[in-house]
Design a protein around this ligand. Structure first.
Ligand SMILES: C[S@@+](CC[C@H](N)C(=O)[O-])C[C@H]1O[C@@H](n2cnc3c(N)ncnc32)[C@H](O)[C@@H]1O
Length: 374
């Protein structure tokens, strides 16, 4: 069993821990913006391919005392780098966290790179170059107080970049965030789902991928672990093959995206095409006040505009009031979730919440509000 560490957005740890457990992870433990777990190589590949909520999977290779630059350099030099990287291969080092002496992440990353390059030069007379675009090996150094953890990054580009979304609306949600929010709701693939202000379509698309049991990682070109010396091509092909076999051919229930803006809906459509969902999802241009329920029950989820400037906030009040009116008049039997970044605005909805789930959208504190409409 190998120890792994999944990095996750703040407030999504519990939901992601459940997802990892469902994928077969053992000894799952939540920490702030991360979940540690154990498993074999197959699990590492599966989590990278299947996780809908995490950013990346790290594989810790050394935990050590790290008070200053000299100690960091010496500890990194104690690792035999030949088993991870040849001088012909390229390298990138990312660093998070600081302490009193090591208070610039860029400098700390440089120390790691220098320690590795110096060892290679002493052993082989040549050294790896740094490549920030497409390195052969990505290292992650995390400094916390007097200690540090050095990990291999098995993922590379964050998993929230699914590869289906070159086109983006004005304020798209991160794919991982949208997926985690869906998992916090009562929605399950057998229930209809409607986003009345879907923008670039993140909620309908993430719901569609989940409902068809389609692994989100199937749209990515590469994962960092594919360049590792221990990469098991056969196992990876098997994991991907199994994923393809588990896909459903039809959605169990309808998934609907509505928006007033024809241009962003076109983006939603293009994004859906990029992950072969366009035949499954139902997008249509609709003003909120004209919204009609596509069935007699289901789940609504949306993130209406929050408005960053005061003028926006005043104008937006009527939009939120309209949302409340439409829900009251048209959506009896439905459960609605609204992602709110502004309490004053959501008050205008004028409905009593049955649940309030605190979440962070990036650094913005928000609440996922639940309304039950009888
Ligand atoms: C914050 S964005 C939603 C972003 C979306 N969740 C995504 O990930 O791309 C809000 C959306 O509400 C839409 N909207 C604003 N007022 C509307 C109205 N009256 N009727 C329908 N849609 C509206 C906007 O066009 C915009 O696309």
């Amino acid at each position: 069993m190998t120890e792994y560490f999944a990095t996750i957005a703040r407030s999504l740890e519990e939901t992601a821990a459940k997802e990892l457990t469902d994928l077969g992870a053992k000894n799952v433990k939540q920490t702030f913006t991360g979940v540690s777990f154990e498993g074999d190589q197959k699990l590492l590949y599966k989590v990278n391919l299947w996780s809908r909520m995490i950013f990346r999977v790290l594989v810790p290779i050394k935990k050590f005392p790290c008070n200053n630059a000299k100690q960091l350099y010496q500890e990194i030099q104690k690792i035999n780098w030949e088993s991870y990287l040849s001088p012909e291969q390229t390298l990138a080092v990312h660093c998070t966290g600081k302490n009193q002496e090591l208070n610039h992440t860029h400098f700390s990353a440089l120390q790691v790179k220098n320690a590795i390059a110096d060892q290679q030069t002493a052993n082989f007379g040549k050294r790896s170059n740094v490549d920030l675009e497409a390195p052969d090996l990505i290292l992650n150094l995390h400094i916390k107080k007097t200690h540090a953890i050095l990990s291999l990054d098995s993922t590379g580009e964050s998993l929230h970049r699914r590869g289906y979304r070159p086109a983006m609306g004005t304020a798209p949600l991160k794919e991982t965030f949208a997926s985690a929010l869906l998992a916090m709701t009562d929605w399950e693939p057998t229930l209809p789902l409607l986003d009345p202000m879907c923008g670039s379509g993140t909620f309908p698309i993430e719901a569609g991928l989940k409902a068809l049991n389609r692994a989100p990682g199937l749209f990515r070109n590469t994962f960092a672990f594919e360049k590792w010396p221990d990469f098991n091509q056969q196992l990876w092909e098997q994991v991907k093959q199994q994923a393809k076999q588990q896909e459903l051919s039809q959605l169990p229930a309808g998934i609907y995206g509505r928006d007033r803006d024809g241009d962003v809906l076109q983006q939603a459509q293009t994004n859906a095409e990029n992950c072969y969902l366009d035949q499954h999802l139902n997008f249509a241009q609709t003003e909120l006040f004209q919204l009609e329920p596509p069935s007699d029950k289901g789940i609504i989820i949306c993130n209406p505009p929050y408005g960053k400037r005061l003028g926006d906030v005043k104008q937006l009040g009527s939009l939120y009031k309209q949302l409340g009116d439409v829900l009251k008049q048209q959506f009896k039997g439905w459960v609605t979730y609204v992602l709110s970044g502004n309490k004053e605005l959501t008050k205008q909805i004028g409905l009593r919440t049955s649940q309030r789930i605190p979440v962070y959208n990036g650094s913005l504190y928000c609440t996922l509000l639940r309304y039950e409409l009888f």
